[in-house]
Design a protein around this ligand. Structure first.
Ligand code: SF4
Length: 61
């Protein structure tokens, strides 16, 4: 399972707080997801982060 953050992200930081293993603030000031498959032990946190995104900017790929 991989995730992607689209351009509708408003950089609220919620996903980076809920699942910092997967979501992070990039050097460009935009929030992004790690390129690798999400580790099993944080899959639930990643799902919670996706569900909690206020603008629906997180998608599975
Ligand atoms: S929760 Fe959504 S809007 Fe907030 S930083 Fe993450 S992707 Fe962006």
């Amino acid at each position: 399972m991989k995730y992607k953050v689209d351009d509708s992200c408003v950089c609220c930081g919620a996903c980076t707080a809920v699942c910092p293993t997967v979501f992070f603030m990039g050097d460009n000031g935009r929030v992004a997801a790690i390129a690798d498959d999400v580790p099993e032990d944080v899959l639930e946190d990643a799902e919670d982060a996706m569900g909690g995104c206020p603008v629906g900017a997180i998608h599975t790929v």
